[in-house]
Write a protein that binds this ligand. Structure first.
Ligand code: PLP
Length: 452
């Protein structure tokens, strides 16, 4: 077989891709028709494709390349670890240096008493771990009937059977017979789309109170946990009203229900602090992390759990794990990534220098006729597209169409933004410069103009 290279002709790369590669979350036949864009190299916030275009990646890959592309230190960390110990498992009474160091570092960074780390290879897997762990927790505590999990419609927690069930994406549920039994959903705190005549504060409270109603409907002694993203990412960068999280915290505390904060996107500086629960002032019992943990340079995820959860789980043999839990190379790269985020002041600079400028520039798009709302926290932002600003209408029957068109325009203008229905999203590398932010906003405005 002829092995292709980044310098091979685009048509050849696309043809082989189309012939054998099944893409995630993609209409395969439609993609085959037009051919995938082949990304060949990257540096900082810039991608190169096989046609020689330079593309500004305003999505940091998939919300993950927090330190930016091309960091030699991470390549070195991987190579060093591969030479020293490319693999060993952590199952059978053994451990290794990278897993030890990374677990300890995460315990140091995570708030409060989140001091214990169970490794996985992705956010989906870590959330499956959480599902199993909270059920095991109550089982060991002598309350085995506490198995029910409450999550939110339009939340995203991954696309495995467990994680996809906890997620509230109906498009995922409808294809896979999900959710599995014992998973329940309440409505999301999406004021712009669903708030009607309520003020954001009233609406935030009302949506949080759905949690209490659901707990009482199921029976408080049957609920194991509530899982939510501090700020919904894949659902459209939805910032909850200020009343939402305090009320959720009150309710989980009142009923003694475990709170899982899914920080897969919001972790490691994305919201301007190390973790989204610090930005939203929430106290979880378990945090899911992945993506920014290694800045995407290696696949790795983890559940970071409280002293109490760990104490209970440690009392039994927890029959769960992945061959690559705590993979040494992924751990070594993640540890080095955390060093860069910290020692180079990338997280601090994101909060003090990058986020304020990005907010000011991104919010300037609010005057565009297609833009009904601009939301941004830290380096996560979204534009709601609308045919009618005052009524906050969406593009109704063709919901998502405007987003799709705009994304296609961005793509053509060498800017990567995602769309979720009619929301256009950004989540750039934390190292983006002011000048690059200007380029991002200029290209976004041009794309909106072309889509209008
Ligand atoms: N949780 C959240 C909040 C996510 O945004 C994602 C992915 O986007 C996941 C979990 C799943 O992570 P992965 O794709 O690494 O399995």
């Amino acid at each position: 077989m002829n092995i292709l290279t980044p310098n091979s002709p685009t048509a050849e790369l696309q043809a082989l891709d189309a012939a054998h590669h099944m893409h995630p979350f993609t209409h395969g036949a439609a993609l085959r028709e037009k051919g995938a864009r082949i990304i060949t190299r990257a540096e900082g916030v810039w991608l190169n494709d096989s046609d020689g275009n330079r593309i500004l990646d305003a999505m940091a890959g998939l919300w993950c390349v927090n330190v930016g592309y091309g960091r030699e230190e991470l390549a070195e960390a991987a190579a060093r670890q591969m030479r020293e110990l490319p693999f060993y498992n952590t199952f059978f009474q053994t451990s290794h240096v990278p897993a030890i160091n990374l677990a300890a570092r995460l315990a140091e960074l995570a708030p409060d008493d989140l001091n214990h780390v169970f490794f996985a290879n992705s956010g989906s897997e870590a959330n499956d771990t959480n599902l199993r762990m909270v059920r095991a927790y109550w089982h060991v505590k002598g309350q085995p009937e506490r198995t029910h999990i409450i999550a939110r419609w339009n939340g995203y927690h991954g696309s495995g059977v467990g994680s996809g069930s906890m997620g509230g994406m109906k498009s995922i549920h409808s294809q896979g017979g999900l959710p599995i039994p014992g998973i329940h959903h309440i409505d999301q705190p999406h004021w712009y789309l669903e708030g009607g005549q309520m003020t954001p504060e009233e609406f935030g409270l009302a949506r949080a109170q759905q949690l209490e109603e659901k707990i009482l409907e199921i029976g408080a002694d049957k609920v194991a946990a509530f899982i939510a993203e501090p700020l919904q990412g894949a659902g459209g960068v939805i910032v909850p009203p200020a009343t939402y999280w305090p009320e959720i915290q009150r309710i989980v505390d009142k009923y003694g229900i475990l709170l899982i904060a899914d920080e897969v996107i919001t972790g490691f500086g994305r919201t301007g602090q190390w973790f989204g629960c610090q930005t939203m002032d929430v106290r979880p019992d378990i945090m899911t992390v992945a993506k920014g943990l290694s800045s995407g340079y290696q696949p790795i995820g983890a559940s970071i759990v409280s002293d109490e959860v760990a104490r209970v789980i440690d009392g039994v043999e927890f029959n769960h794990g992945y061959t690559y839990s705590g993979h040494p190379v992924a751990c070594a790269v993640a540890l080095e990534n955390l060093r860069l985020l910290d020692e180079e002041g990338i997280v601090d600079r994101a909060r003090t220098h990058v986020a304020p400028y990005l907010k000011q520039r991104f919010e300037s798009l609010a005057d565009h006729p297609l833009v009904g709302e601009v939301k941004i926290i830290g380096l996560m932002g979204s534009l709601a597209l609308t045919p009618d600003k005052p009524s906050r209408a969406s593009f109704a029957a063709e919901a998502g169409t405007a987003g799709l068109i705009t994304r296609e325009r961005c793509f053509a203008n060498n800017l990567i933004m995602r769309h979720v229905y009619d929301r256009m999203i950004i989540s750039p590398p934390l190292v983006i410069s002011h000048e690059e932010i200007d380029t991002l906003v200029e290209r976004a405005r041009l794309s909106l103009d072309e889509a209008h």
